[in-house]
Design a protein around this ligand. Sequence first.
Ligand code: PMP
Length: 360
Amino acid sequence: MTRVYNFSAGPAMLPEAVLEQARDEMLDWQGTGMSVMEMSHRGKAFMSIAEQAEADLRELMGIPDSYRVLFLQGGASTQFAMVPLNLTAGGATVDYINTGAWSKKAIAEAKRFCNVNIAGSSEAQNFTTVPAQDSLQLSTDAAYVHYTPNETIGGVEFPYVPDTGEVPLVADMSSTILSRPVEVERFGVIYAGAQKNIGPAGLTLVIVRDDLIGKARGGTPTMLDYKVHADNGSMYNTPPTYAWYLAGLVFQWLKRNGGLAAMAEVNRRKAEKLYAAIDGSDFYSNPVDPACRSWMNVPFVLANPGLDASFLQEAEARGLTTLKGHRSVGGMRASIYNAMPEAGVDALIEFMADFERRHG
Ligand code: PMP
């Protein structure tokens, strides 16, 4: 068996050590005689797994006691609706920053419930940058400000955390969470689908400040109310137990490997060398403002798109998979989350140089 370097944007690679541990524990979790998949979510064994995962995440991210951590389902896409439903009453104004495809989806959903003010947008620049803090036109009466710190498709990342004063800041961190340290205190709500840097698909993490819980507007479905999940330890209904367990293994792997500061160092290095390889060649290019380039998702195009198919085919043959860009933009995209080893990035760079020598 050979494992490949999988550059998928999500579901994405998981650390090999985590997969091995899951394999070893598959049939009999710590002498219980059953798989985690077969356990009651309310039993002692699973409760210990769930609590440990939350404690480890709190330690890794430095999450203050005044925040609740929710382990939910529905993906980040469900948060596009849960955020306005929980943080606003009817008729409210909310601010959104538009930096690409995922911002747009969040905005479209919020418009179903609120008056959306676009406080900043990089659409005129074709989403190759993000609006500067001093260009943001924040409403005086906004219930919250929403932004996407990392646009997974465009490969554009905020180099700063927007300052929104007293107005709660809401961040869709799906494709950047755990890639580096963050000051959780700066945020009212952080949410992320798990399938990139956390664990398998099916789990959605929501980190929400206490004072923002318990204010869902009338008519909010029970399952979409943060308070219901907070009051029930994310076990109002059956949670995604196996994904929760695997996320816990990933958190332990992160702790063993130096935590988020150490991840940041490696992630910066991986991204810098890949961008340097792209910029150092006329054969490949990346259109994103260097100040806003994503550490996690690196899109690039070949000067001759006629070579795209051969590029992908040859890469695949070398065990470098899922490099095809998102269907909306074409070209290539290398997603290099925490679990992508530096050796995987090195192998990609070497292949790119070799492909250029032969076809350039
Ligand atoms: N936001 C961002 C930034 C994403 O990258 C994605 C998924 N690629 C989503 C939201 C949607 O997440 P989900 O599929 O978990 O609903």
